[in-house]
Design a binder for this molecule. Structure first.
Ligand code: PDD
Length: 281
């Protein structure tokens, strides 16, 4: 049974069960589209401009024109939000419905624009920490674009779940990239490290907020390449995302990380992050 909530599709607000798209949509046929996930805390969209800037970059990476200005996007999302809840906006744009299946871009079609809001359910493993497993990053060279083409990511996540872990930490040429649906931080020799931006990671908004908060709160930090060996020696490992926030990894590949429980730097940063969220309401 589909939830009967209101969603946005191509200019209209309608009940979810009535939101339908053509089987010729290029998102369905080719995974030809991009998406965003934007938290809304009690009706306040978190770092909306940063999410919309990343949206612009993702659209540019796949050569799809942005159909709306930043203020129009805000206007589209606002009626979907509930000021009494923590939610996230899921926004998806595809290249649209082409007259026939052809790999080449179709001429002059309108993109499909879909947005819906879901409750943010506090992540169960947050306070105890989670298990994670490393695996070889099988993805492509456009990981900086938030593409809907997520087959590799879902296979990585499922492989982690099949091993009783909550997240896969991906390694490319012996270097940590990111999680299947998260960015990675480690604490090594007392310094908080995260991989630098590039086309092998999604530039996470949560990641940027954490780096900014660390700098403002005198937590030593750096954007630096992290080898698989450094990952295994880290005293803390975290995975971060808009929907789960900052999650400590307490077991990596079956071995305890640090003392095998959420570390002191995570405790400090999580408190700073929660205060910061509160300050924006
Ligand atoms: N994913 N890296 C990947 C591959 C991701 O899919 C995500 C988030 C992140 C973290 O980005 P941010 O902090 O902006 O959420 C990093 C979202 C939540 C998703 O796919 O549902």
């Amino acid at each position: 049974m589909l939830e009967n909530k209101t969603v946005y599709l191509n200019g209209s607000y309608l009940p979810l069960p009535d939101a339908k798209i053509s089987v010729l949509d290029r998102g369905f046929l080719f995974g030809d589209g991009i998406y965003e996930v934007i938290p809304s805390y009690y009706g306040h969209l978190f770092h909306l401009d940063d999410h919309l800037e990343r949206l612009e970059n993702s659209l540019a990476a796949i050569r799809l024109a942005n159909p709306h200005s930043r203020s129009e996007w805000r206007q589209i999302f606002t009626p979907l939000l509930d000021a009494s809840q923590n939610q996230y906006v899921y926004l998806q744009l595809t290249r649209g419905v082409a007259p026939k299946r052809d790999h080449a871009f179709p001429e002059a079609i309108a993109p499909t624009v879909f947005a819906m809001v879901s409750a943010i359910v506090p992540f169960a493993g947050k306070h105890t920490g989670i298990q994670a497993v490393t695996m070889d990053d099988s993805r492509w060279k456009l990981c900086h674009a938030k593409a809907i083409t997520l087959l590799a990511n879902i296979l990585h996540r499922q492989s982690a779940i099949d091993q009783d872990a909550a997240e896969a930490i991906l390694i490319k040429d012996n270097i940590v990239t990111e999680g299947a649906a998260s960015n990675v931080f480690v604490v090594l020799d007392g310094c908080l490290l995260t991989p630098p931006k590039g086309n092998d990671i999604l530039p996470g908004i949560t990641r940027d907020v954490i780096l900014d908060l660390a700098r403002k709160n005198n937590i030593q930090c750096a954007e630096q390449r992290i080898s698989a060996e450094q990952l295994s020696l880290a005293s803390e490992v975290w995975v971060t995302s808009s929907t789960r926030e900052i999650i400590p990894v307490v077991t990596l590949d079956g071995k305890p990380v640090g003392a095998g429980k959420p570390g002191a730097v995570w405790l400090e940063m999580d408190a700073i992050f929660q205060n910061y969220k509160q300050s924006l309401l």
